[in-house]
Design a protein around this ligand. Structure first.
Ligand code: G3H
Ligand code: 13P
Ligand code: ZN
Length: 284
């Protein structure tokens, strides 16, 4: 099977009331872990690469690994650019064969975000590449901002409706209280805002910063319209945590396979758990 457009996966997820997991891939072991977990759970899956991942692994290597995974896998796999803020990078990913890109214009003024998102859609739409946009600011948990300041960064429902009308975008990342990275306390999601936005835009919603959000809260968000759930930090914790464990137990180990193998296994396990929470198990 070749790479599948994200829109196709999200369309079905929306109809059937589940969400597709979008997992960040930075190296071969993580690409393999995402594929193996999806196969074990018989689930569609999105592998996503950030600009940082592309800088680390190289665009051709990443695309090559994910294309190979998709070709040899029985489950649908999409390759998605995560938080593309640079138009030229977005174009390079599309040329390289990504089946989906996120154009993240959330730091731009509204009209500029609309104009740039439309520019990306103009090149992606005709060749069947999906596009995700972002409105509102999903910060990092390390950002020192008060609750009231945080709320000011949340997605405004009327702006969301206007943004979707103007761009014709098919999936939208919104800010409702999640943040990237490890949470200090328990995140509190603004479900009313999510419900309002969903009722106004009627397209699949994307939840970023989903690591550390309690399972029940993620499931409630899925019921209210979230169809794509992004996970990176939980993968980092599982992968590096396993590496630390092996290195503590065997400080003299010099074979990288003895360290990276258990890291890959731990990553498979966390991704399988997430897939089951999102309701996408058995939906391939
Ligand atoms: O959304 C952010 C992801 O966790 C990617 O992080 O830019 O360090 O690869 P990164
Ligand atoms: P976490 O690292 O908080 O899981 O966020 C992932 C994400 O939103 C990638 O775009
Ligand atoms: Zn994100």
């Amino acid at each position: 099977m070749g790479l599948v457009p994200v829109d196709e996966l999200l369309f079905r997820a929306e109809q059937e009331g589940y969400a597709v997991g979008a997992f960040n891939a930075n190296n071969m072991e993580i690409v393999q872990a995402i594929m193996m977990a999806a196969e074990k759970e018989n689930a569609p899956v999105i592998m996503q690469a950030s600009q940082g991942a592309i800088k680390y692994a190289g665009l051709d290597f990443l695309t090559g690994m994910v294309k190979l995974a998709a070709r040899s896998s029985k489950v649908p796999i999409a390759l998605h650019l995560d938080h593309g803020t640079d138009f030229d990078q977005v174009v390079r990913c599309i040329r390289s064969g990504f089946s989906s890109v996120m154009y993240d214009g959330s730091k731009l003024p509204l009209e500029q975000n609309i104009a740039m998102t439309k520019k990306v859609l103009e090149i992606a739409n005709p060749i069947g590449v999906s596009v995700e946009a972002e409105l509102g600011k999903i910060g990092g948990t390390e950002d020192e901002v008060h609750v009231s300041e945080k709320e000011a960064m949340y997605t405004d429902p009327d702006e969301a409706r206007y943004f979707v009308e103007q761009t014709g975008i098919k999936s939208l990342a919104i800010a409702i209280g999640t943040a990237h990275g490890q949470y200090k306390g328990e995140p509190r999601l603004d479900f009313d805002r999510l419900a309002k936005i969903k009722s106004l835009v009627g397209i699949p919603i994307v939840l970023h910063g989903s690591s550390g959000v309690p399972d029940e809260a993620v499931q409630k968000a899925i019921k209210l319209g979230v169809c794509k759930v992004n996970i990176d930090t939980n993968i980092r914790e599982a992968f590096v945590g396993a590496m630390h464990r092996v290195m503590e137990e065997k400080p003299d180990e010099i074979d990288p396979r003895q360290i990276l193998g258990p890291a890959r296994e731990a990553t498979i396990e966390i991704i399988r758990q997430k897939i089951r929470v999102f309701g996408s198990a058995g939906r391939a």
